[in-house]
Design a protein around this ligand. Sequence first.
Ligand code: ZN
Length: 269
Amino acid sequence: MNRYHDFFCNMSDEDWEKFAVEVLRCAGFQIQTEPAYGTDGGKDFIVSYNDVNYLVSCKHYIGSGNHVGQDDEKNIADRLLQFNTTGFVGFYSTGITTGLQNRLDAICKNGNYTYCIFDPPKIIQIMQLMDTKILQCFGLYPHKYYMNVSEEEYKPLKCMICGKDILTDENIPNSLIGLAQKVNGKYEYAYGCKPCFIGVNLLYNSHLEMEQALHVRILQGWEDMVDEWIENEDIKLSEEFYKHRSKFLNHVRQRQLPQTEGTWYGLDL
Ligand SMILES: [Zn+2]
């Protein structure tokens, strides 16, 4: 189960049609007619792309999990004729059957017809490019932070002073990483909540925000800088420096952002 699945499931048939308009718009289609949702269910609507008019058919079967088949899409060729369109778009919350695929291939082989199926993987890919506000209108509240592991696998990262987990959604914005000077003058690779670190002497008064650490590249830059300090500066490290450093690096990975947005990240259909 993933959040996209839940998001699709929570949409009504009517919402699904309105959502189709937004996704297709984002994919570069121009909306020619808006879907009209009546008591007898959804009606096809028309979009265009590169001077080709497409008839859009929405099917929202995610509740049952059934794939869209030939029986669900009757008389495609007639409908295309009726609406004077040469393209067909299926906007589906489940996949399509081989039967329907073959049918569409046959229709498009004969004549100048073309078709395009928007199924969940394709829709989710386009969603990466969509305005968050639009997604929120349809009930998707993207998590501010990623969680790359399951609840059972998750290992907290405890503030080195108070022991609170600093990788929770609430605590991420209030946590930092730095090289803290201990009473014996040695430096410790330290992480924890900001309030706990008030009064702690950090090397060069520098710290990395936990929010920054969630970006792979920024974290890499910080780690390179720490290496330089260790190499070039006259500082003594605590015995546990590397242990704490590797613990931090291992744990923070659980919440890091994907390196490239818009990939299949988050998809575990
Ligand atoms: Zn703390």
